[in-house]
Design a protein around this ligand. Sequence first.
Ligand SMILES: CCC(=O)SCCNC(=O)CCNC(=O)[C@H](O)C(C)(C)COP(=O)(O)OP(=O)(O)OC[C@H]1O[C@@H](n2cnc3c(N)ncnc32)[C@H](O)[C@@H]1OP(=O)(O)O
Ligand SMILES: O=CC(=O)O
Ligand SMILES: [Mg+2]
Length: 362
Amino acid sequence: MSHKSAKDFFRPLAVGAPAPPREIPARPSRAIHFFDPSNEKMAAKIPAMVGTVDVLLGNLEDAVKADNKVAAREGLVRIAQSTDFGPTQLWTRINSLDSPWVLDDLTTLVPAIGDKLDVIMVPKVQGAEDIHYVDRLLAQLEAKAGLTKPILIHAILETARGVANVEEICGASPRMQGLSLGPADLAADRKMKTTRVGGGHPGYLVRQDPPKGDDGTAQIDAQRTVFQQDLWHYTIAKMVDACATHGIYPYYGPFGDIADVVACEDQFRNAFLLGCVGTWSLHPKQIAIANRVFAPSVEDIAHARRVVAAMGDGTGAVMIDGKMEDDASLKQCLVLVELAEQLAEIDPELKAAYDAIETPEA
Ligand SMILES: CCC(=O)SCCNC(=O)CCNC(=O)[C@H](O)C(C)(C)COP(=O)(O)OP(=O)(O)OC[C@H]1O[C@@H](n2cnc3c(N)ncnc32)[C@H](O)[C@@H]1OP(=O)(O)O
Ligand SMILES: O=CC(=O)O
Ligand SMILES: [Mg+2]
């Protein structure tokens, strides 16, 4: 539950801070592309990536060496000040709230580049209290810096307690923009017996029943199909429900097997089908995968438009290709059509593909 009364929920938490948002705009964010601002090679590539990815995220937390934390923070300030991000959002991931770096992260970034930062990603969030802390501090810093637009907060779901408290985290502040799954830290925190960064595991499976022999006994040594299961299904589904309840956006997180672009695409698509709006990209080659997966296919949009046209005022039932469509399937189709429209506004290739679909008769 929020620590604020309903009337206070949308009041600024510091005198002079911008008013908190009443709604979180649905800005396309198929890929949140991570870069280490202390890595000169990586950092040099960032200006040219503007416009090729929905979100660029300067990472200050895990994957940045302790000795490079200050360089990463300063590098991000430099990049943000010298780059015009155009339609691309700029996010950062700050260090965890119990780290020796996070206070300097926030007190440096907000005055220096608060006008350019869209979202601050907070790692290892345990409960509403973590969001309340960041919320108040951001309001104070925004007021001091004279910012007019509130910076949004995104929490990573990567502790068992965070998963247990997911509802209160989503509702802890009007600044809450969304949640990402953090499968690597979450696995460690839960004491899962895995060593991977996201994705499946060959040991987590369901095996086909054994065939019966002539005498009716189970042939347990016979060849049997196994179906690998998704370790993350429960958490993603829980995250999606919590985000939808609170009007904010769920994301898959990191997929660490950079070389396995096929399994990466599968994992991303599972998340897309379950309701996520995007994912992280750790390497430039994951951006294209995310952009492809987190946009409705031309086939889905063609079908969705047929349903919209056939459903007229949106009530009743119709048959299309032998299948019943009604108010509820129409609503699903509208989710896809609206997403396609948002993406078409920023992605000319997608716009051309969607525009080329033959419009059905109403
Ligand atoms: C596990 C839980 C988490 O917290 S995940 C989030 C934290 N981790 C990260 O942010 C990792 C970000 N990515 C990376 O550090 C690198 O991509 C890793 C995975 C180490 C691979 O780097 P590397 O071995 O250099 O890859 P590569 O030789 O294939 O690189 C080719 C060129 O692309 C560049 N590159 C690489 N990654 C990025 C990136 N994220 N953004 C921008 N550029 C990137 C490389 O510098 C390399 O450039 P060049 O061709 O040598 O000029
Ligand atoms: O930060 C992400 C994770 O998987 O841990
Ligand atoms: Mg993590």
